[in-house]
Design a protein around this ligand. Structure first.
Ligand code: FAD
Length: 404
């Protein structure tokens, strides 16, 4: 008997399996995960987990008993290494070979490597897994000067936790502001000021030439202008790459992600791709397709896939949203605005909101410390509504009424 095999036991793979059972799928269901842990949440790794406010069991997406209770074989510490599409079999690193009726690729993404000398030194880290977070946690106590390469979400969340512990933190960023690819200028400026007032130092507009070491351990960073910055703990946070090699080697179409159609099928009707690894068509992206790295996307992809397989197919059309916690503030974003989209800012009761426009079209809404506005924003973007820029700028304009 064959059934559904899910490769990747992360946020998307777990959601697919859970939603399949919820929707009544009664066949064999196997998840293949190459990490030692049962499926867990990654967002706390750079937030509450790193701050010591939650332990590893608190990260589990489902209690350990869930899998047996729902007839899901969740295999850990084993990798899927090849797909034989003609025979519909997937080869595992322990030598086994699993047949499938349908294969779900939920392989996620991995950290982008920094192509400079010295990244192999002790004290240089990236943050993706529980194992990474544990190694970093063990090293923080000894660190004197922390350098973070890349002012993205993970780098800044890490920076704010280190600063709160009273550590010396420098963030090195090639762009001229933090989170430059992801958020508007007003949001970037706000968070820059928040972090600077917490003592975090930013070096913008330059790259890294090398990490230099002493006795095998990181000691300093050489910047592109030749200046050096002391660093005995280095976190590299320069984005991720989709895990698409398994798909590419099986001849599936990949293009910065495993390319899928509106119902998340690859060019093989027996194989779907979901979560961070999938490039899918979406009306929310300027160029018509997107690859989105977020919990929302992983969950909604998993649900969409389960609905299709259990006989209720519908094109994927969930509104993209994301959050980040930095320096005691909550940033929430809806939509997929481009870096050059216009920003219209207005104050709210607790914080502020930025509306993003491409021409007359509203492409995204970013809020700081305004959960209620964020919830209204999700409905407005989902429905494709575009208040005028004058309306958006007006603090008395009722976003919730528009969202009704
Ligand atoms: P993953 O969760 O990465 O799961 C994929 C799994 O597949 C991994 O365990 C991987 O090891 C495994 N795998 C890959 N290839 C194979 C193979 N061949 N065989 C077997 N297993 C394989 N998102 C938010 O929305 N908000 C946040 O605040 C936020 N914060 C984050 C903080 C950190 C530190 C990180 C790392 C991520 C954060 N994210 C956040 C992103 C979010 O966690 C991801 O978008 C989400 O986990 C994607 O789910 P996924 O299932 O596609 O991939």
């Amino acid at each position: 008997e064959t059934g559904i095999v899910v490769v990747g036991a992360g946020q998307a793979g777990l959601q697919a399996a859970a939603s399949l059972r919820e929707a009544g799928y009664g066949g064999l269901l196997t998840m293949i995960g190459d990490e030692p842990s049962l499926p867990y949440q990654r967002p706390p790794l750079s937030k509450a987990y790193l701050a010591g406010k939650v332990d590893a069991t608190g990260l589990f997406l489902r209690a350990p008993g869930f899998y047996a209770d729902h007839g899901i074989a969740c295999e850990t510490s084993v990798e899927a290494v090849a797909i034989d599409r003609a025979a519909r079999r997937v080869r595992l690193s322990d030598g086994r070979d699993l047949g499938y009726d349908h294969l779900v690729l939920a392989t996620g993404s991995r950290n982008r490597p920094l192509p400079v000398p010295g990244t192999e030194l002790a004290g240089v880290y990236q943050l993706r897994s529980i194992a990474d977070a544990d190694r970093i946690q063990a090293a923080i106590g000894e660190a004197r000067s922390i350098a973070i390469v890349g002012a993205g979400f993970i780098g800044l969340e890490f920076a704010s936790i280190c600063a709160a512990r009273g550590l010396s933190v420098t963030v090195i960023e090639a762009a001229d502001r933090p989170m430059a690819r992801a958020v508007s200028e007003p949001i970037a400026t706000f968070f820059r000021e928040v972090h600077e007032s917490a003592g975090i130092r930013f070096l913008f507009g330059g790259g890294v030439q090398a990490i230099e070491g002493w006795a095998g351990r990181a000691a300093s960073i050489v910047l592109s202008d030749g200046a050096t910055c002391p660093a005995d703990l280095v976190l590299i946070g320069i984005g991720v790459l989709p895990n698409q090699d398994l798909a590419a080697e099986a001849g599936l179409h990949v293009e910065d992600g495993i390319v899928v159609d509106s119902v998340l099928l690859t060019d093989d009707p027996s194989i779907s791709a979901i979560g961070d690894c999938a490039r899918f068509p979406t009306r929310f992206a300027a160029h018509g397709t997107a690859r989105v790295e977020s919990v929302q996307n992983a969950i909604d992809h998993g649900r969409c896939l389960a609905a299709r397989i259990t006989g209720r197919p519908a094109p994927y059309d969930a509104v993209p949203w994301f959050w980040s916690d930095q320096g005691g503030h909550k940033l929430q974003m809806v939509g997929l605005p481009g870096p050059s989209d216009v920003s219209v800012r207005r104050a709210t009761a607790g914080g502020f909101t930025v509306f993003r426009y491409r021409g007359p079209h509203l492409t995204g809404i970013e809020t700081v410390d305004s959960a209620a506005e964020h919830m209204a924003a999700r409905r407005i973007i989902a429905r494709g509504l575009s208040p005028t820029q004058d309306e958006a700028a007006d603090p008395t304009f009722d976003l919730k009424a528009l969202a009704m």
